[in-house]
Design a protein around this ligand. Sequence first.
Ligand code: NAG
Ligand code: NAG
Ligand code: NAG
Length: 478
Amino acid sequence: MMSSLLFLLVSISFSLEIDNGKVKGSIIYNRTANSTGWNFLRINLESVENDEDVFATAGRYEGEESREEIYNAYMNYIYGIQGGRHFLPKSLQIYVHNQYNWLKEQSQSQNTPYWRMVKYLLIQLENMYEGYNYHYGKTEKALSFDQFYYLSNMGDLQDLWPSVGQVQTQGIGNCNSFYKPGIVAHSTFNVYQTMLRIYKSYNFKLKDKDVVNPHLSFTARPGDLESKDDFFVLWDTQMVVTETSFNNYNKENYAYFHYDSVPCWMRVNIASRLAKTPQEWTDIFGLHRSGTHNNQWVVTDYNKIFMGEEAFFHYKVHDLTNTLLASQGYVASYNVPLDQEIFDSLKYPKTTSYNDDVRARQFRIYQGNLKTVKEVGKLVRYNKVTAEFDACDGALSPRCDLGNGYTFGGIDGKVISQDMIKNKKVHLISSPSYQNHDPFNWKAYPNIPHYGMTDEWRFPWYEIDETNFTIKELYLDY
Ligand SMILES: *[C@@H]1O[C@H](CO)[C@@H](O)[C@H](O)[C@H]1NC(C)=O
Ligand SMILES: *[C@@H]1O[C@H](CO)[C@@H](O)[C@H](O)[C@H]1NC(C)=O
Ligand SMILES: *[C@@H]1O[C@H](CO)[C@@H](O)[C@H](O)[C@H]1NC(C)=O
C-alpha cells in the first residue's frame, strides 16, 4: 500500500536541480491533467558558457519527462486531425525536409540574433526528440523525427495539407482573443482530442544579450514548442501575444509557399524572445514569412495594441491603440480579417465581415460593463443558446458535441490583467464550456480515440503563481 502510493506521488510530480558545469537551474513537471485539466512544466536554466547548452538540456528533459503525454498527443493528433494517416503526402514530406535543411544551413552560416534563435529552437527540438526516443526508441511508441515534428509544426501543416488538395480534417480550430484596457483573454477551439495540455514556463538566462525576454510562458500541448492554442505571456517586457487563425478560401494563395522560409511556430518564438514592444514583435514576426498558418495576431503591452494579419502574399500591421481600441473601447479577434485586402485575398464569404460576424455581434452585445478578470474570462467561454445563437455554430465557446455530436468546440480559457502580469500571475481553465450545459464526458464517445485523457471535463479556473510555480483553485466557470 505504502509503496504504491509512493509510486503514484513520484510519477505525478517530477522536480530536479541541475548544476553540471554547463547549465544550472531546475525543472518541475507536474502531470496533473487528470485532476486540474493541465500538466505544468517549468524549466529555469542559466548557461555557464554556451547558450546552446540551455536549449539542449531543456529539450532533453522535456522529451524524457513528458514522453507519455507526447505519445498520447501524437496519437490524438493522428486520429483527431490527420484522419488516421501517420505520414504526410510525399510532396509535403519533401517540402518539410527542404525547409528544415534550409533552416539548418542558414542558422549555421549567419550569426545574427534572428538566426541564433533559429539555431537554438532546432537544438531544443532535436534534443526533445532524443529524450523521447531514449526511453521509447525500442518500443512500439517509437516515432521517426518526421512524426515527432508534427507536434511543433502542427499549425503550419494545417495550411500545407489543403495546398496539395487533401482534407486534413474538418473544423480545425478557431479562437477568440479579447482585449479591454487592462485585461487580455483568449479561448481556443479545436477537436477535443487536443485537450491534453501542458502549461509551459521557460525561463532561460542566456549570455545572448539580444534576448530581451528570457522568461516566457505559454499554453501548449505535449511535444509542441509553441502555443498552437495561441497564448503567450512575455514576463520581462510584460507583453501578451495571442492569435486567431484565418481560413483560406482561395486556392491560388498556395502558390506563395516556398521552402526557403521560417515556419510560423518558429517566427512566433523568435519575435517573442527578441521584441521589446508590440511594434517590434509584429516587425520581427514578419521576417522570412512562410505563408503557413495564417493568423490575426494581437499583441499588447497594456499600453499599445498591435494587430499583425498574415495571409500568404500579404502581411499587414495595424496599430489599433488610437483607432479601433479608442473608438470601440475593446479589441476582439474571431478569425475574420480586419483589413479589406487580406479579407479579399482569402476570399472570405460575403456573408461575414469583421464588423458583422456572428461572434463580433456577441462580443458587442455581451462585453458591455464587464470589468473584472472573472467576467472577461467568462465572456470568452460564453455559450448561451438564444433564438439568434446556437450551441455550436457562432457561439463564443462552441459545444458542437451538443449539436451534431461532433467532438469539437472551445476547450479552454486564459486571462491575464496588467496587475497580474506585474505580479507574475495568470488564470486558466481547461474544459469545453459548461456554463449553461452539462460537462463534456468521453464516456459518451467510446469509439473516438482520446489517449491519456480523463472522462469528465468540468475543471475550475486556476491561478498560477510564476514566482514559486504553484497553483490555486479559483472558481467553477459560471
Ligand atoms: C489520466 O487518466 C487516463 C484515463 O484514465 C489514463 O489513461 C492516464 O494514464 C492518466 N494519466 C496520469 C498521469 O495518471
Ligand atoms: C507562493 O507565493 C505566493 C506569493 O506570491 C504565496 O501567497 C503562496 O503562499 C506561495 N505558495 C507556496 C506553496 O509557497
Ligand atoms: C507542482 O508539484 C509540486 C509538488 O507536488 C507542488 O508543490 C507545486 O505546487 C506544483 N505546481 C504546479 C504549478 O502544479
